[in-house]
Design a protein around this ligand. Structure first.
Ligand code: ATP
Ligand code: MG
Length: 376
């Protein structure tokens, strides 16, 4: 079963997998297929190969959504039913830049950046880059311009940090300690705090220095509304990812370790209550070609003018090498088939597509079209 139904029924597809498995390729191929099927589609990629961006007619790919020229989507000048837009998520865009969306006043931004508590929060929040990507997805989805958005995700050591990042942010901002300080500095009164609280604060100042408390005051007091905004946004991202028209596409290569990782991702996605859309096993060795009879092969090789310098013994040697390579390939295909069987048995609830290992890199529309044919 392919993914043709997915591009019709989902509004957001998120491509997830460990480093180098084909996330960017899959995202671009799905988006291209969707545009051809009549959808107004946006692919939000991360660091695509320059040649891939170029071949989509996008010599510059940045945070701006750019329209891919129609003649790139369907070479040959047929009418394109949908449209394709592409943008690149800026991986350098950090959590602290998101704050700019909330603080219009440059002086206030400056104060916030110099605030050590903020610095601590912004740099230690695991998955903050990933969160930034998700926040961008939310902003684009909220505008409702597209029928389908396909999101590529970054290769991170802990590839699923981005799933937790919104929750972690909400929990951090909701934490009792932060709330306690917020109350204190918003009201400046021992009534709210209680005498005990005021005493604790004095003692605390002795230990941590008043600069630290000022930092907290600055962080929570002045930025109270911003924090609430950030918290609400994180909650909105959390909710968005769990809507029914969102789907996570889990991608792996057929190697045992990669399948193992995929099964782990699958578990995480399911327990986090995120909607699973399907599995892609990419770069599969297929045993498709029928081995040529040895005599046939030798006859064909002997007839090739460019091999005229070779002796009959050389040609037999070439045929033997060919046989050996073919047998190795068969063995790899068998190993892959076993791994895919294991995946099918463990995670049977969603469609799984196999994309074969192509004999070249996928960096142009032709290659994406081919991948798309397997996916869809
Ligand atoms: N089925 C395939 N056959 C041959 N080459 C492929 C196939 N799928 C992807 N590739 C190539 O493999 C390389 C990695 O693919 P891609 O960039 O999509 O992976 P990725 O998961 O996005 O990597 P990263 O984690 O680094 O972002 C690319 O050069 C791509 O052209
Ligand atoms: Mg990539």
């Amino acid at each position: 079963m392919g993914f043709a139904g997915l591009i019709q029924s989902r509004r957001i597809l998120v491509c997830v997998g460990s480093g180098g498995v084909g996330k960017t390729t899959t995202a671009a191929a799905l988006a291209l297929g969707a545009a051809r099927a009549g959808k107004k589609t946006l692919v939000m990629t991360i660091d695509p190969a320059k040649r891939l961006a170029n071949s989509l007619g996008l010599d510059r790919l940045d945070q701006e959504e750019r329209r891919v020229p129609d003649d790139k989507i369907v070479p040959g000048g047929e009418r394109v039913r949908g449209s394709l837009f592409a943008m690149m998520l800026d991986q350098a865009r950090t959590f602290d830049e998101i704050v700019d969306d909330y603080l219009a006043d440059p002086a206030a931004r400056q104060r916030l950046r110099q605030n050590r508590i903020f610095h601590q929060v912004a740099t230690t929040l695991a998955g903050s880059h990933e969160y930034a990507a998700m926040a961008k997805l939310w902003a684009v989805a909220e505008r409702g311009h597209y029928d389908l958005i396909v999101l590529d995700t970054p290769p991170t050591a802990n590839a699923l940090d981005f799933l937790d990042a919104p929750d972690r942010l909400v929990r951090g901002i909701d934490s009792p300690a932060l709330q306690w300080f917020a109350k204190l500095y918003l009201h400046h009164s021992t009534k709210v705090l209680g005498l005990g609280g005021a005493f604790i604060l004095k003692r605390l100042a002795k230990f941590v220095g008043s600069r630290f408390l000022e930092d907290i005051a600055g962080f929570v007091g002045e930025n109270g509304p911003m924090l609430i905004g950030l918290r609400d946004r994180a909650q909105a991202v959390h909710d968005l990812l769990r809507q029914r028209d969102v789907g996570f596409v889990l991608i792996a290569s057929p190697e045992p370790l990669s399948i193992e990782e995929l099964l782990f991702f699958h578990h995480r996605i399911v327990t986090a209550g995120l909607p699973l859309a399907g599995f892609v096993v990419n770069r599969v060795h297929t045993a498709g070609v029928v081995p040529q009879a040895r005599a046939d092969l030798v006859a064909q090789l002997s007839a090739r003018p460019e091999l005229r310098g070779y002796s009959p013994e050389d040609i037999v040697q070439i045929a033997a090498d060919f046989d050996r390579t073919y047998r190795d390939f068969q063995a790899l295909a068998e190993i892959d088939a076993r791994q895919i069987g294991r995946l099918r048995a463990t995670a049977a609830e969603a469609p799984l597509v196999e994309v074969p290992l192509l004999d070249r890199d996928v960096h142009d529309v032709e290659g994406l079209t081919l991948i798309g044919q397997y996916l869809l």
